[in-house]
Design a binder for this molecule. Structure first.
Ligand code: AMP
Ligand code: ZN
Length: 134
């Protein structure tokens, strides 16, 4: 728990939310500025800013809950989004997974997807480098 964190305050009940789900390790609620109808956030109760700050056993339940909400909303097309860092569009520094229904072209998440040229030699070198650290 972080005293200054808005999502920790939501978990504690100090700030109200439209709570969809709660368990020992997970909390889920409707996003207050939705990109589409049913936009929800699924968060670990463990406070940490980035995905890499959260222990594995606090991560395992998050996607099943996001899936449950997507089904409850009746979303057939949707995005699961988890931003890390300001430049990656993170505003709230408590890890959260967005479940954003994509009902049509204009509502929901819009994605800029700037693909880069593929150099297979460089890709293979990168692959070897990453694999060696896993
Ligand atoms: P991000 O840009 O990934 O950090 O997203 C933060 C999200 O938190 C935004 O979609 C906000 O609308 C949402 N948000 C911020 N404050 C609240 C709140 N009090 N209740 C519900 N959602 C919130
Ligand atoms: Zn927090």
């Amino acid at each position: 728990m972080s005293a200054a964190c808005i999502f920790c305050k939501i978990i504690k009940g100090d700030i109200p939310s439209f709570k969809l789900f709660e368990s020992d390790k997970v909390f889920a609620f409707l996003d207050i500025q939705p990109l589409s109808k049913g936009h929800a956030l699924v968060i670990p109760k463990y406070h940490g800013a980035k995905l890499t700050d959260i222990p594995d056993d606090h991560l395992s339940e998050l996607l099943p809950v996001a899936k449950k909400i997507a089904q409850a909303v009746g979303a057939t097309d949707f995005n699961i989004l988890q931003n890390n860092g300001r430049i990656a569009h993170q505003v709230v520094d408590h890890v959260h997974f967005h479940m954003i229904p994509k009902p049509n072209e204009t509502e929901g998440l819009g994605i800029h997807w700037p693909t880069q040229e593929t150099d297979m030699d460089k890709l293979k070198a990168l692959f070897e480098e990453i694999k060696a650290k896993m």
